[in-house]
Design a protein around this ligand. Sequence first.
Ligand code: HEM
Length: 458
Amino acid sequence: MTGLLAAAVVLTAPRWLPARVVALRVKVFEKVNGDDAITFPNARVGPDRFLEVYAHPAANGRSRGAGLSDLFWYWLAPGPEVHQEHLEAGPRYDDVARTTRALLSGPGDALSEAAARCAGRVLDELVTGRVTAVRLRDLMLPVWAEYFHELVFGEPCTREARELVVGHADDVVTALKCTGLRHPGRRARLTRYLARRVAAGDARRPLPATLTPAERVHYLQGTFFNTAVVQMSEAMAHLLLALAQHPDEAARLAADPGDERHFANVLDETMRLYPLFGIAHRITTGDIALDERTTLPAGSVLCFNYPEYHATGHDRPEVFDPSRWERVPAREAHHIPFGVAANRPCPAWRVSPLALRAATGEVLRRFTLHSTVAHTRSLPSRGPCLLVRVGEPLPARRLAVLGALLRARDRWEDVWLSAVQLVLGTVMVLHARRLRLAGRYFDTPGCPRPPHTQETTE
Ligand code: HEM
């Protein structure tokens, strides 16, 4: 009897375990946030006032005073104290933000052409068969490693440099998703490479004058060889997985790659359902009065929930339907895939859609995409997918069998990954709490110039 019960528990695990583990993880992270955290939209501040609070001038603190910062700095080490995303407002932030904008700027045609070239080169090198099983995120990491290397140094990326960048970006995103621990040694190898390039004056634009030479290296590593590479690879993984599961949309894009409007709708719909930020947070640096009775005091941690906000104001928000953007212009919807213009939006707001479109065109020119796996926002599976070469289609029955196998493996992998995420997430939360990288930094008299830049690697 006990044996039967145990067997039933194990066999039904894919149905109940992942959701329970996600709920438990949310609880662990809520604990890290502490009691001062408030998540929006909520019953008092609904979606109609979400942007007003997000864009409030007092909602501009980034790292100081939030328990969560220790965890984010831990995941982004080395160099989180000079990562644009984590810098407090002030002259250093302005200098860094200006440099990022300069490095990301350029004629649209050239930015698109470089993305197509990098994507084409990587695809031709890594996907050679008639049918290839890939993890979309893994396939895209080298594409964006090459792209951002070219953008920063103005020259093609060597194989050695690509491996360093991919190793580092993969390590950061794997730790962020709690599916693996950090490997500071892997990250340090990229730091050494970048230090050589920066010392030789190889960057295409002047680096922030307000940073020390070591900080400039960490700034490049964090913003371009972590955030840029990871975000673009994640965005592509979501986009291609959505296309794999909506073949009509994929066929329409493949048939008319010049249809910019349709691509924009598909991208908007993908980013609406699977925004790259689950929650973005700010720490208030002054009071925010909501009404006569309610004030958010200075020092509050405000958490802006993207998926929840994106789900409001639409019919059937759970359905992937790019055509909804033909009826509702994105600027009039509850839609902020790149953040809010008034409060530290994404500096790659312009370049990302151009580059994603060019790279997607290269994929669809070569392959049709097929996937039966669960598509979730955090996508710990890294997007398993079959690429079938255009012009060499598979018989429908063989495709159905491969699809069934993919789905079965994905369901069981989900159980395993949920358990891994719970254990490793807890380990990293505790380790980050012990290291207290952000807390120690802000405790140091005379910060923002920290005495410890190297210790942040461990
Ligand atoms: C499709 C791709 C991308 C999406 C959807 C995306 C999304 C976002 C969002 C929503 C924010 C604002 C979060 C907040 O309010 O705290 C943000 C910030 C940021 N993003 Fe992106 N991003 C993408 C690609 C990139 C790329 C390619 C870079 C390259 C450098 C980049 C660098 C940054 C930085 C540095 C910030 C912090 C801005 C600041 O605090 O001043 N992102 N991104």
